[in-house]
Write a protein that binds this ligand. Structure first.
Ligand code: PTJ
Length: 254
């Protein structure tokens, strides 16, 4: 396949797309994951394809929540591993947090490929494959209800990037604090999570790694203050207004 020229005006976006396509070719991403990425891309376009100050604010709150957690878990699916395997491993080491593979479109071989990819990036243990440790999240019908007893099931904080709405709702009902990356501020996941980082997970995961590194030097009360001063509802509303502003600017100035 011909390479994407660096001079192409949309090179960055096309390169991110390539990561998903490569992830699909290596049995990590579901077919539906390619479409889900397309929806994300559209919102990224409307948001200006950069990490906003609003996203940075959410990232600070997310880092504080993950660092304060007693049993944090990073839940990974095909899309996030294709996009950010290296950052997932870095993040799991800094917090520190367990990593669990948990996918919507059930496939044992895809789960194995996801774990393999993370191991190639330097992680030792990924939960989610061992049937003897499996249990269920109540009030959830999708394949994502099957979780590890020592992972998502017993977590207090779960990071669920690029997520479907049903599980976010079920996790919240089950008493978990939920953090997500979602480019669509209107989605059920975005609206339900405790902290929604409205940013492309490719950029956002790298930001979260840096934020966790910095904030790991702060004490508990400083971290709690960051969370107290954060409102997810307000952040989402401001993101929607930002899209409106961008569209108005384009309508007027072209
Ligand atoms: O690997 P699996 O089987 O677990 O499947 C993963 C997908 C993503 C297919 C599955 O979770 C799914 O169907 O998700 P949804 O319901 O399409 O929701 C994905 C959400 O993530 C949408 O709101 C998208 O706008 C958003 N999104 C897509 N790509 C990105 C994103 N948000 C941040 N960064 C992205 N790169």
């Amino acid at each position: 396949m011909e390479l994407i020229p660096a001079s192409h005006p949309r090179a960055k976006s096309l390169l991110i797309r390539e990561k998903l396509v490569n992830g699909f070719d290596s049995g990590i991403v579901a077919k539906e994951g390619l479409m889900a990425h397309g929806r994300g891309e559209a919102f990224d376009y409307l948001l200006g394809e950069k990490t906003s100050n609003l996203a940075k604010k959410s990232t600070q709150a997310a880092a504080a929540m993950l660092l304060l957690a007693k049993n944090p878990v990073i839940s990974v699916n095909g899309n996030i591993v294709a996009l950010s395997a290296k950052e997932i491993v870095q993040l799991s080491k800094i917090i520190p947090a367990k990593v669990e593979v948990n996918i919507f479109y059930a496939s044992e071989s895809r789960k194995k490929n996801i774990v393999l990819m993370l191991k190639k990036n330097g992680i030792k243990t990924v939960l989610g494959l061992d049937r003897r440790k499996q249990t269920k999240i109540p009030k959830l019908d999708s394949a994502r209800r099957i979780v590890d007893k020592n992972g998502i099931f017993s977590a207090d904080v779960v990071l669920v990037p690029i997520e479907d709405g049903d599980r976010t709702i079920a996790l919240k009902k089950f008493g978990k604090k939920v953090i997500t990356f979602d480019l669509n501020p209107l989605s059920r996941t975005a609206q339900t999570a405790h902290i929604t980082i409205v940013d492309n997970a490719v950029r956002g995961m790298a930001e979260l790694v840096q934020a966790c590194k910095k904030l790991s030097k702060k004490n508990e009360s400083a971290l709690k203050k960051i969370i107290r001063n954060y409102s997810n509802k307000k952040n989402l509303s401001e993101n929607i207004i930002e899209i409106k502003k961008n569209l108005t600017r384009r309508a007027i100035h072209g």
